[in-house]
Design a protein around this ligand. Structure first.
Ligand code: NAD
Length: 460
């Protein structure tokens, strides 16, 4: 496999300067939006075939979010792309300084299988808005969706501008041997490391959107019933296969029983007594992940769910209690519909349990006490956080979305995505009618004089 020609073809097109024109970028974003509408039914059917995602969930969590990203980019593009004036030091006066945001060139976007449309195409919206060409590599684990996206892209864009390469790890590795100008990867921490190592060969800038175990702290003063409802919503959508899904809950002992009862009640309300019959409940992506998840059922007391059917890759929404912190379910990212609930007495204990763990992509705290909230935010680290909610910080275009440490680097959505796909080029333009001799050799003042002068001439 050799993608040298693909990259060369895109770089040649990029170098014509065509993608830099804001009008070009707008028209391509508009084309993407129209294509998403035209291909809506095939994309939703593919999501249903790959992950048993209902059309409601498919639209709410994938296509709807993409359309919002596109609308936002179209509305703000001129502002984002405008040069930003910056101060220049006195010793070059008269001069003007500014930062102009420029496209990197040819971007490689590698996507995962869990939100296979949104997580491949939202970075594409940022890449197009910023004026880049792009090669997309959808996940091979959502094959119908990869096929539907390929059809959409081939019909909508010239290959020299946006193209798709399909396949598994071997294709991704072959792509990574080429010299891209930007790599945008969403997936596991393990593969993220390999992507960064490959990028280092060409010193290509990377954005890494990775995974991790997102903890939830539920304090005794929280609105417990509401907390449970919000957690059930975020945990069991897409059968728990969401990078920002609550991974496990630490609940304060006084409210544990009420909280667990509210979790059960909400699972029943959302998915019925037999979730396998619910049209709103997804399936596990494949047998390997299914078997991994079923093994976790041994790691605690099943207080709700636990039913499974390998033929259908069905695993019921499951709540575990009496889970030991050192058990496997508490070591690895669960990425499935199993929610371990552990208890704590004092906030100190909860925070101590989080200390020393890899930095998660998100952290959630349920409390009505601002001091408690502030303490948790101050004493923990995570890519993003929600207070009294889960998942919602990554919805929409206002808040940058990204990880930290093991959960990734860089951020996107809205303006942050545009910035992630742009180089900040600093430019200083000097006038020619004045040329102070001050800096030229031989020195015209003493060292002490230079020190005094620089304080004035460099400012600040
Ligand atoms: P993955 O890392 O297995 O695969 C992601 C992509 O990398 C796929 O396109 C795959 O083909 C490719 N790939 C696989 N092996 C590779 C290799 N050796 N070299 C280069 N590329 C390779 O991830 P996944 O299983 O598709 O997704 C699940 C993981 O992604 C979870 O850890 C989840 O938390 C994380 N995730 C993170 C976000 C986020 O926004 N931060 C979103 C969704 C998923």
């Amino acid at each position: 496999m050799n993608f040298a020609d693909t990259v060369l073809c895109q770089r040649t097109f990029f170098e014509t300067g065509a993608t830099r024109a804001l009008e070009f970028r707008r028209s391509q974003l508009q084309k993407l939006s129209t294509a998403l509408e035209r291909h809506e039914s095939s994309l939703l059917a593919a999501l249903q075939a790959d992950l048993r995602k209902s059309p409601f969930e498919g639209y709410a969590t994938e296509l709807g979010l993409l359309q919002a990203e596109i609308r936002h980019a179209l509305k703000n593009l001129s502002r984002w792309a405008a040069p930003v004036r910056c101060r220049t030091p006195w010793f070059v006066a008269p001069a003007r300084g500014w930062v102009q945001l420029e496209p990197f060139g040819v971007a490689l976007i590698l996507g995962p299988w869990n939100y296979p449309v949104q997580l491949l195409l939202a970075p594409l919206v940022s890449a197009i808005a910023a004026g880049n060409c792009a090669v997309l590599k959808p996940s091979e684990l959502a094959p119908r969706t990869a096929e539907a996206i390929t059809a959409l892209v081939r019909e909508t864009f010239a290959e020299k501008f946006i193209t798709v390469a399909n396949g598994g790890a071997d294709v991704a590795e072959a792509l990574l041997r080429e010299q891209f100008d930007k790599i945008f990867f969403t997936g596991s921490t393990r593969v993220g490391r390999a992507v960064m190592a490959a990028a280092a060969q060409h010193l290509t800038p990377v954005t890494l959107e990775l995974g991790g175990k997102c903890p939830v702290i539920v304090c005794a003063d929280a609105a417990v019933e509401q907390a449970a409802r919000r957690i059930v919503w975020g945990k069991f959508m897409n059968a728990g296969q969401t990078c920002v899904a609550p991974d496990f809950v630490l609940v304060q002992r006084d409210v544990q029983d009420a909280f667990v009862a509210a979790l059960k009640k909400n699972v029943l309300e959302f998915y019925g007594a037999d979730a396998s019959q619910s049209t709103d409940y997804g399936r596990i992506v494949n047998k390997r992940h299914f078997e991994r998840l079923v093994n976790y059922l041994r790691d605690g007391k099943i207080v709700h769910g636990g039913e499974y059917d390998v033929k259908d890759l069905f695993l019921a929404p499951t709540i575990l209690t009496e889970v030991l912190p050192e058990s496997p379910v508490m070591q690895e990212e669960i990425f499935g519909p199993i929610l371990p609930v552990l208890t704590f007495d004092q906030l100190d204990d909860a925070l101590a349990r989080l200390r020393g763990r890899p930095t998660p992509l998100a952290l959630y705290i349920f409390t009505r006490n601002r001091a408690m909230e502030a303490r948790v935010l101050q004493e923990t680290r995570s890519g993003g956080a929600c207070v009294n909610d889960v998942v919602s910080h990554m919805v929409g275009t206002g808040l940058p979305f990204g990880g930290l440490g093991e959960s990734g680097m860089g951020a996107y959505h809205g303006r942050a995505g545009f910035d992630a796909c742009s180089h900040q080029r600093s430019v200083l333009r000097r006038a020619t009618w004045l040329d102070t001799p001050f800096r030229y050799l031989p020195p015209k003042i003493s060292l002490a004089g230079l020190k005094r002068a620089l304080r004035v001439l460099l400012g600040d």
